[in-house]
Design a protein around this ligand. Structure first.
Ligand code: SF4
Length: 284
C-alpha cells in the first residue's frame, strides 16, 4: 500500500511537517488501510497543505475548521478512517472551540497537530503555543502571555487518547499515529514539528534537550489520569509518548449506533415518487 502521491510538498527544507506526512503514510499502511479507506482533512497554515500530499481522500478546509469537517465526514461515512490535521494556531487559537468539543464528544477521529509554536505561513507571528517572552514581529518586546498547555486542557476536557511526539522521532511518531487510528474515540496527537525558518528558539536541538520520554519514567501508567496530569505539570508539558488512554469510554459512533446503524454513504436513500413530490412541494 502506497500512500504517496505525485504532489511535491512546498514546505521549507528541514520543516518538521515532512516527518508528520511520512509518519501518517507509514501508519496508514501499517494498520492495513488502503488509500480509499482514509480521509485526511486539514485546516489553514503551512501544515494545512498536508491533505494534498497524501494519497487518500482529502479536503483542505478553512482556518480552524478542520475538525467540524472531519466530524461531518466521519458521521456520513463511519467506515472511513478520518485524520484531521493542522497547526497550533489553527487548532488552539481560532479552532480551539472545535477542539474542546470534539474531545468531549469522543468522536472517532484522529487529530494530529503540527505544533511549531509560531505562525509560519504568515511569516512568523506569536501563536497560543509560544512561550512567555517569545519575540516575533507581533510581540517585538516578547510575549506577555503564557503558552496554553493543550495536553492538560485535553485531559480536563475528558480526552480518551492524548499523546505527544517529535518530528525527529519518526518511529515513535508512526507508532503513536497507528495507536491513535486504532483507538475507538477521539485521539489528540500533538507533534513538536519545528519551523526552521521562523522559530529560532524551539529548534530540533532545543526539543532534544528539553523533552522527556514517558518511557524513561519508572512506573508511568498511561491509564492513570491523575498521574498523567501530575507528570505534565512537573515537566511543563514537555513529554513525549502516550500520555493518557481510556479504552473503556464509548465513542460517539458507538453511542449513536442505534440512531444511524449504517454509514449514511451506504444508506438506501431511494424514495417513491409520491414521497419525493411531497418533499419538494415545500420548495415549489
Ligand atoms: Fe515549515 Fe516554517 Fe517553512 Fe512553514 S515557514 S514550511 S512551518 S519551516
Amino acid at each position: 500500500k502506497d500512500f504517496r502521491n505525485s504532489v511535491k510538498p512546498n514546505w521549507c527544507p528541514g520543516c518538521g511537517d515532512f516527518s508528520v506526512q511520512a509518519s501518517i503514510q507509514r501508519a496508514a499502511a501499517n494498520v492495513g488501510l488502503e488509500p480509499d479507506d482514509l480521509a485526511v482533512i486539514s485546516g489553514i497554515g503551512c501544515s494545512g497543505r498536508i491533505s494534498g500530499y497524501i494519497k487518500s481522500y482529502g479536503f483542505h478546509g478553512i482556518h480552524g475548521r478542520a475538525l467540524p469537517i472531519a466530524q461531518g465526514v466521519k458521521m456520513a461515512n463511519r467506515d472511513l478512517t478520518v485524520i484531521a490535521s493542522g497547526g497550533d494556531g489553527d487548532g488552539f487559537a481560532i479552532g480551539m472551540g472545535h477542539t474542546v468539543h470534539a474531545i468531549r464528544r469522543n468522536i472517532d477521529v484522529t487529530y494530529i497537530v503540527m505544533d511549531n509554536q509560531i505562525y509560519g505561513l504568515t511569516k512568523g507571528q506569536t501563536s497560543p503555543r509560544s512561550s512567555t517572552g517569545f519575540k516575533t514581529k507581533s510581540t517585538p518586546e516578547g510575549s506577555i502571555e503564557p503558552a496554553i498547555n493543550v495536553m492538560e486542557l485535553a485531559l480536563t476536557a475528558g480526552a480518551t487518547f492524548v499523546a505527544q511526539s517529535f518530528s525527529s522521532d519518526l518511529k515513535e511518531l508512526t507508532s503513536i499515529i497507528e495507536q491513535g487510528i486504532q483507538h475507538k474515540g477521539f485521539s489528540l496527537i500533538n507533534v513538536f514539528s519545528p519551523c526552521v525558518t521562523y522559530n529560532k528558539i524551539n529548534t530540533y536541538d532545543w526539543f532534544k534537550e528539553h523533552l522527556t520520554s514517558l518511557g524513561t519514567i519508572e512506573g508511568y501508567d498511561p491509564s492513570n489520569r491523575v498521574q498523567a496530569m501530575q507528570t505534565l505539570m512537573e515537566h511543563d508539558g514537555l513529554v513525549k509518548g502516550i500520555i493518557y488512554q481510556d479504552t473503556q469510554k464509548p465513542s460517539y459512533q458507538e453511542l449513536a449506533h442505534g440512531y444511524s446503524k449504517d454509514a449514511l454513504s451506504q444508506a438506501d436513500l431511494k424514495m417513491d415518487e409520491d414521497t419525493f413530490s411531497e418533499l419538494v412541494s415545500e420548495f415549489m
